[in-house]
Design a protein around this ligand. Sequence first.
Ligand SMILES: O=c1ccn([C@H]2C[C@H](O)[C@@H](COP(=O)(O)OP(=O)(O)OP(=O)(O)O)O2)c(=O)[nH]1
Length: 162
Amino acid sequence: MFRSGAFVADHVSPATDEQIQPNGVDLTLEIVFEQLEPGRITKDGKSVGERVARPLEELEEKMPQTYYLPEGAYVARYGERIEIPDGHIGFVYPRSSLMRNSCMLNTAVWDAGYEGRGEGLLQVHHDIEIQRGARIAQLVLVEADHEEAYDGSYQGENLEGR
Ligand SMILES: O=c1ccn([C@H]2C[C@H](O)[C@@H](COP(=O)(O)OP(=O)(O)OP(=O)(O)O)O2)c(=O)[nH]1
């Protein structure tokens, strides 16, 4: 069963009233990264390639704290701390307005027991402007059986100073 937005909100922080949807909680854009070097996926490991945070628009005539993204692929970090409770699995979908603007957020499985500020692949198929802190995605939680809880390399990621 998919849980209600109110239930999901108990596992996302911060979660303002505006973010709480009937069936999930909206996630905001915190940082956009551009990958500089190849990563590596092997049979017994992986590494994430070097990346750099994309600068925010600083020209006065444009909206401050805004990413002006040309066509390309970026890694987007969400602004919220997410915790996937026992007995659940999480899925993140793009906000439909992103998709309607020819952009897409590709995501993977969010495991029971994971805690952190996760990331997604932001695909920009047509130039777009996204303000930092704007809602770009939605997390839903589904009840799911599992034997062990998440204990991988991304556990507790990006929580410094939070
Ligand atoms: O779109 C997603 C999907 C998942 N996650 C988080 C939650 C998930 O529990 C964690 C690890 O994902 P996964 O298990 O797919 O990572 P992996 O590549 O298998 O690495 P590891 O084995 O170290 O976990 O990353 C994200 O940040 N973004």
